[in-house]
Design a protein around this ligand. Sequence first.
Ligand code: GTP
Ligand code: MG
Length: 342
Amino acid sequence: MAQVAELIEMDEEQEEQEAQAETPAVKSAAKSKKDITALPGVGAATAEKLNIAGYTTMMSLAVASPGELVEASGITDAAARKLIKAARENMDMGFVSGEDVLKRRELVERISTSAGSLNTLLGGGVETGAITECFGEFGSGKTQIGHTLSVMVQKMDPASIVLYIDTENTFRPERIVQIAKGQGLDPEQILRNVKVARAYNSDHQMLLAERAEEMIAQQGINVKLIVVDSLTAHFRAEFIGRGTLAERQQKLNRHMHNLLRTADTHNVAVYVTNQVMSRPDVFFGDPTAAIGGHVVAHASTYRIYLRKGKKGSRVAKLIDSPNLPEAACAFFVEEGGLKDAA
Ligand code: GTP
Ligand code: MG
């Protein structure tokens, strides 16, 4: 550790010299309030390490934990604590009035699911600035909702971009085309604005989520929706057995918090899907439980439990919402999107 600290300090000295060679105008432009190199002790080398680890904005540092930073970038614990403190001071992360929170809530947009009953269940649609999790058995319609939202967000705002992280190779452009047509939209235009990335394992998936935040923060892309389908499949497949559970939950926790931070900082809707496992210990009620346990449950703002209903319908139940009553509704998956069960 000491060696790493020394290296960082040497880098900083070097960088200090480089910085002095720059013209003042260039320097002040580069060190805007949001730029992490404006923090004391963050030279180009440290900034690079932090960038690689996904900490590209002041906010991402301000809400990080020291352990997270140490693990991700190799800086010392003391350096990490100093950095977080400085970022927090810079961000003015004090208490805000309820009035300010309400003003922020006014910026929240709701993406229609194309089914009126499901929209009502969700208080108007899938919220920006929050994570909406949909869990349920195979074929229950989780992926279909992801596709539908990718189209509907563009019906709401034609300039919006969708980032779709596909872990199971179930993204189908053909479905996007069908739904776009069903909604009276230009399918080619809609497809152009859905940027898809295939995630090959859980690390790759986490990296893509961090990349998504970087793209939004640095390139100013108008991303309104991020889909992660499926959130838990890779984690479930890679971490097998009781002994690895703690590590899996830790990684999943970091992933969820990255997503939540992106949602919150950039007012983006995050839609994630999750499988269920059967619980042999449950004799009464529903013998299934969502994968990911409390980690996923707590980080998700809205949770929908989806199951197959009668006559090919789908039944959605809202669970644990901060501001909406627990309720259920039924709809059908159709070629042009979702449709209310009459
Ligand atoms: P897993 O990923 O396997 O856990 O399932 P999932 O919940 O993601 O299921 P998905 O969203 O893929 O739902 C698949 C189901 O949607 C199919 O069994 C069909 O019933 C339905 N579906 C998909 N496309 C269409 C379509 O074009 N028309 C109609 N009517 N139904 C469709
Ligand atoms: Mg699916």
